[in-house]
Design a protein. Structure first.
Length: 190
């Protein structure tokens, strides 16, 4: 009887841990899917621009056959098409890189909470180490990153970026945040 109870306890504990891990993994997948969608939208926009330029080149060629289009115009359009093609290739490479990250994230186990606990009381006065006058004090929690913290504040209507947080906290190592460490979150300029 004791063995059965022990097995039931182990099974229930394992299921709870798996659910928490699945939620964290799903959050990471959702973030990467958002980035991937942005990159795909940009790629689609560039494809439309290339198509429009190709059409314009075709029209100029038709004009050059009949009314004498300027060869400089044709060269300029050809250069623009080549530039857009290079940008499209760079976007393709970035998409592949993000997909690679997605594959790596799917195999990692991370149990961090979905969003940090953000308090948005009135901004505190006084000068921060970065020279800002107003802002918020935030206490770092386990598994926090500057991006996660910035997103949590943005979700609360406070427009701040990870870069702004880093600039407001000179000497802060974003790769080595300590649990309980207090950092200054700059308030947006009025």
């Amino acid at each position: 009887m004791k063995r059965i109870l022990i097995w039931i306890f182990i099974l229930s504990f394992s299921l709870a841990a798996a659910r928490a891990q699945d939620a964290a993994t799903q959050q990471q997948i959702d973030q990467i899917n958002g980035r991937l969608q942005d990159l795909q939208d940009a790629q689609a926009l560039q494809a439309k621009r290339i198509t429009a330029l190709e059409k314009e080149i075709s029209e100029l060629r038709d004009k050059s056959n009949g009314s004498g289009a300027n060869p400089d115009d044709l060269q300029k359009l050809a250069n623009q098409v080549q530039e857009l093609a290079k940008k499209q290739q760079a976007d393709n490479d970035l998409i592949l890189k993000e997909i690679g990250k997605l594959g790596k994230v799917g195999g990692s186990s991370s149990g961090h909470k979905s969003t940090p606990n953000v308090t948005t009381n009135a901004p505190t006065g006084g000068s921060s180490p970065g020279g800002r006058e107003n802002g918020y004090e935030y206490k770092v929690a386990e598994h926090d990153t500057l991006s996660i913290i910035a997103k949590a504040y943005r979700d609360q209507g406070i427009k701040v970026t990870a870069d702004q947080i880093l600039k407001a906290n000179p000497g802060l190592d974003p790769k080595n945040l300590k649990v309980g460490q207090k950092i200054f979150i700059p308030a947006p300029a009025p």
